[in-house]
Design a protein around this ligand. Structure first.
Ligand code: SF4
Ligand code: SF4
Length: 222
């Protein structure tokens, strides 16, 4: 999933300060799973905005909505009515969401309420970690099913570096050295011979380095 975290309240209050009628828009996708921008978080943020405005002596006018997804044009229709009288929208979807809203509703000011951080998963309740950098040409089968691009601090394809110690990365004792994990896993799989192969330089044109990307599925197009 896409992992994101909410911006600090002060930052959000400053963003929407000039606008009276606010819409807080959440998303039922990834940001619900990582507890950053689902229905519950919309309710909390809207309440915080109302309280802040009341403290400033203003009558708060904050509406709420949580879309099925904010990264799909068909769900933008859910905004059509509620957005009409709004001065600004505070989207707490991942950063795709506010861009979809801005693209669809030309006359509305849109703010990102979240910082989109990475593609990852949960390790335990409330703890999320990065697992993929969307390089566009997955090769984790070469590494026992683990991704050194996302999970090695130096994105080494031929690791480990000299800083690995007791299974931890040199950047922090809290961070596993993924090359230790790769070694352990290849050992368990009986594939240690893979470590003798030199992985060639990666072609990064499939990654962001080749410019903004698109996936076109001819079989799905109407
Ligand atoms: S190899 Fe690329 S696509 Fe596969 S997990 Fe790593 S970054 Fe993601
Ligand atoms: S210690 Fe391991 S994870 Fe950290 S940079 Fe070196 S090889 Fe990569």
């Amino acid at each position: 999933m896409v992992v994101a975290e909410r911006k600090p309240l002060n930052e959000l209050l400053e963003m929407v300060q000039p606008y009276k009628k606010i819409l807080v828009a959440g998303c039922k996708g990834c940001v619900t799973v990582c507890n950053a921008g689902g229905k519950k978080e919309v309710e909390i943020l809207a309440s915080e905005l109302r309280i802040a405005r009341k403290k400033e002596g203003q009558e708060p006018d904050v509406k709420e909505i949580t879309l099925e997804r904010q990264c799909d044009p068909e769900y933008m229709d859910q905004l059509t009515e509620v957005i009409k009288d709004r001065d600004a929208v505070l989207s707490i979807a991942c950063s795709v969401g506010p861009q979809y809203i801005a693209g669809r509703f030309d006359d509305k000011v849109v703010f990102p309420g979240l910082n989109t951080t990475f593609i990852g998963g949960s390790l335990e309740h409330g703890v999320f970690a990065e697992f993929c950098q969307a390089c566009g040409a997955c090769g984790i089968h070469n590494f026992g099913g683990l991704c050194p691009i996302a999970r090695c601090s130096k994105s080494l394809l031929n690791g480990p570096c000299g800083g690995s110690s007791k299974g931890k990365c040199e950047i922090s004792k809290e961070v596993d050295c993924v090359w230790q994990l790769i070694y352990d896993r290849l050992n368990r799989l009986g594939q240690m011979d893979r470590l003798t192969r030199v992985i060639p330089c990666k072609d990064w044109t499939t990654s962001r380095d080749g410019g903004p990307r698109k996936t076109i599925r001819e079989d799905l197009k109407l």
